[in-house]
Design a protein around this ligand. Structure first.
Ligand code: ARG
Length: 463
């Protein structure tokens, strides 16, 4: 097949090598970005005196026709198309002949590929940020709805302290806030245009790169051509932000899976997000959440592979870098669908209010009892020991903590009084955590107002 670079070659490329070499099967999705970049490039070529006004008009009209072909899924790929860059250039030449051949003046695919990736990733990142905002809104709504429900929190997956369920869901909001900020931050480093870098040294044409920057809507130009064509850290960062977001979701998914088990029954997933078993008729499985948990591993693997790809790779471009696209596209697709499904799951799940405290035994108040003693002047370390003995005694006698008689309590510490029995009250327990960031009603409400403020701020900063 006739290659764009075929001039110095005398032997044909075997079929298998073509298959191995081509990236068209996965980079064809960059057709729009490639057209945008090429259109802007044509304009810069006009400014540099390569194209006349008439030729530029011809090129731009041809690009519009090619765009229509893509939109209507009529673009005809040919066997010699290696990647999306060569495919579009080949089509341009088919359409307008000699004038089309000038489009590649001073240009290299090395800069084209990373330019397209940056255009693509800018749009994608903005989309991700919007999705995360939507998830945050849902988290806040659920937090408000469940602010009066009290559940045990767990450390080491053992009952730890009581918290408001709304407090738990606000933790989702704040983790996603960090994730979202990571994407906002990466955007700064994606928004740098390498076009004009040529193959490595910068174009020999007197291109006005400001035209390219303006046409493509970039904030900055890469200030160094070697950096421009070589660097893929913007992809690494995006893949890290994606992996971390999915890792966050996987932890919430895991909690919700546990909470929906027959042993807990804190929540029930909507049928929409569950599936059955082909063998066991009684089953309703939390597949949606299991998949989110599972998909996090793909995102981690993709981050890993982009790092390994770059490690020790000589500057500037090597064909290895062609392998940067599949992990990127895979993480983007995985992230987008996972966030949407997760939001669907949490916005439709049912909280079984009456079950939340069913399995909580009095030992969850152990810290409250220690605090009770501390407030009455006993150093915490001693209080901890006293309550430890009390817990042991109640286990020995198979007697709930709230049933231990005052006389027995007094043997452990003279500070125990009648008000000891008031400790065993879930609302009182959570209300005692009344400081900034705590789980009292006032403090969870405070978090919700902060969340509303934060959501407004991001909207404002994106003009
Ligand atoms: N298809 C390649 C990629 O995706 C771009 C071509 C790079 N340039 C070259 N001279 N081989 O990275």
């Amino acid at each position: 097949m006739a290659k764009l670079w075929g001039g110095r070659f005398s032997a044909p490329t075997p079929k298998l090598m073509e298959e191995f070499n081509d990236s068209l099967s996965f980079d064809r999705r960059l057709w729009k970005e490639e057209l945008e970049a090429s259109d802007a490039y044509a304009l810069a070529l006009r400014d540099a005196g390569i194209y006349s006004g008439r030729e530029l008009a011809l090129v731009r009209a041809a690009f519009r026709e090619i765009e229509t072909e893509f939109v209507n899924e009529r673009f005809a790929y040919k066997a010699e198309d290696e990647d999306i860059h060569t495919a579009i250039e080949r089509r341009l030449v088919e359409k307008i002949g000699e004038t089309g051949k000038k489009i590649h003046s001073g240009r290299s695919r090395n800069e084209q590929v990373t330019t397209d990736e940056r255009i693509y990733l800018k749009k994608t990142t903005v989309g991700v940020i919007l999705l995360l905002k939507s998830l945050q809104k849902t988290a806040v709504r659920i937090a408000s709805d469940t602010i009066d429900d009290i559940v045990p929190s767990y450390t080491h997956l053992q009952q730890a302290q009581l918290i408001r369920l709304g407090h738990y869901f606000m933790s989702l909001f704040f983790m996603i806030q960090d994730d979202k900020e990571r994407f906002v931050d990466v955007l700064k480093r994606i928004d740098i245009l390498p076009l004009g870098s040529g193959a490595a040294a910068g174009s020999t044409l007197k291109l006005d790169r400001r035209i390219l920057k303006r046409e493509l809507g970039f904030v900055a130009l890469s200030p160094n051509s070697v950096y421009g064509v070589s660097d893929r850290a913007f992809i690494t960062e995006f893949l890290y932000a994606a992996a971390q977001t999915l890792v966050h979701l996987s932890r919430f998914a895991e909690d919700l899976i546990i909470w929906s088990s027959s042993e807990f029954r804190f929540i029930e997933l909507n049928d929409m997000y569950s599936t059955g078993s082909s063998m066991m008729p009684q089953k309703k499985n939390p597949d949606s959440l299991e998949l989110i948990r599972g998909k996090a591993s793909r995102a981690i693997a993709n981050l890993n592979s982009i790092l390994i790809l770059q490690k020790g790779l000589p500057l500037t471009y090597s064909k290895d870098l062609q392998e940067d696209k599949e992990p990127l596209f895979d993480s983007v697709a995985t992230l987008l669908i996972s966030v949407k499904i997760f939001e669907g799951v949490i916005s439709t799940l049912k909280v079984n209010r009456s079950n939340l405290l069913q399995r909580v035994d009095d030992s969850i108040y152990a810290t409250d009892i220690a605090d009770y003693l501390t407030e009455r002047g006993i150093p915490f370390r001693d209080a901890h020991k006293i309550v430890g003995k009390l817990v042991l005694l109640s286990l020995d006698k198979n007697e709930a903590l709230r049933d231990v008689e005052l006389s027995k309590l007094r043997k452990l510490s003279a500070k125990f009084g009648d008000d000891y029995y008031d400790i065993f009250n879930p609302v009182k327990s959570v209300e005692r955590h009344d400081l900034y960031g705590g789980t009292s009603l006032k403090r969870v409400k405070e978090q919700i107002s902060l969340a509303h403020k934060m959501m407004k701020e991001v909207r404002a900063s994106r003009r």
